[in-house]
Design a protein around this ligand. Structure first.
Ligand SMILES: [Zn+2]
Ligand SMILES: [Zn+2]
Length: 143
């Protein structure tokens, strides 16, 4: 059991993680995350793909093409309940970006940075006043 473990809304898709510590935590304000989450942003925790295990026959993938990347984002979701669960970037496919809202307990999570602040909603910018996080007007540099 890891504090990073979680599942979708209906519980059919579950995931477990072999580590307690994410590589990175953050908030993504991109329009694709807003649309797929139906909310202001995604809360994400990155882990090595080798440490990530997912189960559930209703897992499906929808690819989106980001503005800045040559490769698609593989957005994994539960086709039964519609919960977005995690994304894998085609040009950095050894990393899994877990949607932290699906974790069993995300209360410990401290977002370290915010990405795509250029498309953040005016009413969801309060956190940008904090200077403890890094801010990226567009996507993260994963090179
Ligand atoms: Zn589900
Ligand atoms: Zn995003």
């Amino acid at each position: 059991m890891s504090r990073l473990d979680g599942h979708c809304l209906c519980g059919n898709v579950t995931y477990t993680v072999d580590t307690e510590d994410p590589i990175m935590t953050g908030i993504c304000h991109c329009r694709d995350c807003q649309r797929s989450s139906g909310s202001a942003y995604s809360i994400i925790a990155a882990v090595e793909k080798a440490d990530f295990h997912v189960e559930g026959d209703s897992l499906k993938v929808f690819d989106t093409q980001g503005e800045d990347r040559g490769a698609p984002a593989h957005r994994n979701f539960c086709s039964n309940c519609g919960s977005p669960l995690f994304s894998i970037l085609g040009d950095a496919d050894d990393i899994v970006w877990i949607k932290a809202g699906t974790m069993n307990d995300a209360s410990w999570l401290e977002p370290e940075l915010e990405a795509w602040t250029t498309s953040s909603q005016p009413w969801a910018r309060e956190a940008e006043e904090r200077d403890t996080r890094g801010y990226f007007p567009r996507g993260l540099d994963t090179d």
